[in-house]
Design a protein around this ligand. Structure first.
Ligand SMILES: [Zn+2]
Length: 128
């Protein structure tokens, strides 16, 4: 079973020898299933969209780019928020767990996703 990247995560693709995944990066929008199977729809940073059939760890193909977990500032209350930068949010800002719970109780999941990213990736990082 091929491993597909989850929505909201960043991936990079290597199309040929000498390329690096970070040279062609994008964000996974969703996983789509059609008659050929399940793929991940990727919005590349250059504005094009691509389909990812699965992740690889060597050679040509798609790589999961695990963006660095940073100490961000909560865009809601200003406290420290551990997470990853979400492209829709000003650089340096994230969402703390208390505000994530607060917003989740009042707004739609779509609102939360659009503004703050994916739970467990951009905010509410699982502690190891
Ligand atoms: Zn907060």
């Amino acid at each position: 079973m091929r491993k597909l990247p989850i929505a909201g995560s960043r991936v990079g693709v290597v199309c040929g020898p000498g390329e690096l995944p970070r040279d062609h990066q994008g964000i996974v929008l969703s996983q789509i299933t059609d008659r050929w199977g399940t793929h991940a729809l990727v919005l590349m940073d250059d504005g094009t969209s691509r389909t990812c059939e699965g992740l690889t760890e060597v050679g040509i193909g798609w790589y999961q780019l695990n963006g660095d977990i940073k100490t961000l500032q909560c865009a809601c209350c200003g406290t420290e928020a551990i997470g990853r930068q979400w492209h829709n949010r000003d650089i340096g800002y994230g969402l703390c767990e208390a505000c994530a719970d607060w917003i989740a109780g009042r707004e739609t999941a779509e609102y939360l996703h659009k503004g703050y990213g994916v739970k467990g990736i951009h905010y509410y990082i699982e502690k190891e």
